[in-house]
Design a protein around this ligand. Structure first.
Ligand SMILES: *Cc1c(COP(=O)(O)O)cnc(C)c1O
Length: 373
């Protein structure tokens, strides 16, 4: 009867204003109309990143495409990189780098742990020939945050480019690549609240000076000049680019400081509700885009929520059945309250000693405390 609600870490629900843009008739891309709209999108992104540089390109792909583009455009076969591997997406960096013939120094973390900047520093000392440090800002598979600013600090004195997968961070955190990020990857279907199919690759001047020419489709060299002029090398994801104008405008209208604060409040409120239920958040240092919760009943909880029309995510690989994940991306504060209300009923039914209203109460108190309500 009702539309199923998504609290999954991609795809996320799409705001009405963005959906309206998506519902419009397609326009041709080799036109002045497209060129103008695309240039506007580029201006909005520059404002979001608080960075005047034109060093970024969009690709028509899911996020992994831009990850592959990062490897192909900034590194060569045989070059050494350090990969922070603390989950499914860290593992993806590892596999991609291997696939394209890079030599990988693996900084392996137990899933749920966050990278230690001191350890990164030590590894870079041990491997001064490292040309890159690859990590996730928010490791979506475990809900862990890797402290990108501190790691950027460590990378500054090294030769290495800091390559940050910001797919569940850009649009959540008030993230400025000027903290020392050299290459940043974004994707459409998570924090940017669009359908899948559009990805982003941003890079610093230092990275630009190291541009390689190894990719055919995912070539920054082919795209950059064109995109700066409001055009693309291939047929772009026209509708997604036009819709991105709306989602970027929404974020900018609210202001990234306020957006981050809202995510912080939702994440903290959820964490407090979870502990009221006697459950524990999985990662030691949670990202604010998603809350992963430890529970051997994870799959039962997920399925029960689904019966109520609420879709969350389970764990991946060895965490399947061990955690459940609730995304805050594209979710309003009020909808989060609804989820917590249903979750406490579900848990009570499953025999947890939950007092109905306890999670909702803690969540609301947190939002009041944060000044959001
Ligand atoms: C979703 C995601 C990706 C890329 O996934 P796609 O399915 O290719 O869009 C990469 N990194 C992180 C952290 C993600 O959450």
């Amino acid at each position: 009867m009702y539309q199923e609600r998504l609290f999954t870490p991609g795809p996320v629900e799409i705001p009405d204003r963005v959906r309206e843009a998506l519902g419009r008739q397609i326009i041709h891309h080799r036109t002045e109309e497209f060129r103008r709209a695309f240039l506007e999108v580029r201006e909005l992104l520059k404002r979001l990143l608080d960075d005047p540089s034109e060093n970024f390109v969009f690709f028509s792909s899911s996020g992994t495409g831009a990850m592959e583009a990062a490897i192909l455009n900034f590194f060569e076969e045989g070059q050494k990189v350090l990969v922070v591997n603390g989950g499914k997406f860290g593992e993806r960096w590892f596999l991609l780098a291997k696939h394209w013939g890079l030599e990988v120094v693996e900084y392996r973390l137990d899933w749920g742990k966050s990278a230690d900047p001191e350890k990164v520093k030590d590894l870079l000392k041990k491997h001064p020939d490292c040309k890159g440090v690859l990590l996730q800002i928010s490791e979506t598979s475990t809900g862990a945050y890797h402290p990108v600013e501190d790691i950027a600090e460590v990378c500054k004195s090294a030769d290495a480019l800091l390559v940050a997968d910001a797919i569940t961070a850009l649009g959540v955190y008030n993230l400025k690549p000027s903290v020392g990020i050299d290459v940043m990857v974004g994707g459409s279907q998570k924090a940017l609240m669009l359908p899948p199919g559009l990805s982003l690759l941003w890079f610093s001047q230092k990275a630009k000076e190291r541009l390689k020419d190894r990719a055919f489709y995912f070539s920054v060299k082919k795209e950059l000049g064109k995109q700066q002029e409001g055009q693309t090398a291939w047929t772009p994801a026209i509708s997604l680019l036009l819709a991105l104008k709306e989602s970027l405008s929404l974020l900018l209208q609210e202001g990234m400081e306020r957006v981050e604060k809202r995510y912080r409040a939702m994440s903290e409120g959820t964490k407090r509700a979870i502990s009221a239920f006697g459950l524990e958040v999985f990662p030691e240092r949670p990202a604010i885009s998603i809350t992963a919760v430890k529970s051997d009943d994870a799959e039962r909880i997920r399925k029960e929520l689904l019966r109520h029309g609420i879709r969350i995510a389970g764990g991946q690989d060895h965490l399947k059945g061990k955690i459940f994940r609730v995304s805050h991306m594209g979710v309003s504060e009020k909808d989060m309250l609804m989820l917590i209300g249903v979750l406490e009923v579900v848990l009570k039914r499953l025999g947890y000693p939950v007092e109905l209203g306890s999670g909702v109460c803690r969540y609301s108190q947190t939002l009041v405390e944060f000044g959001l309500w």
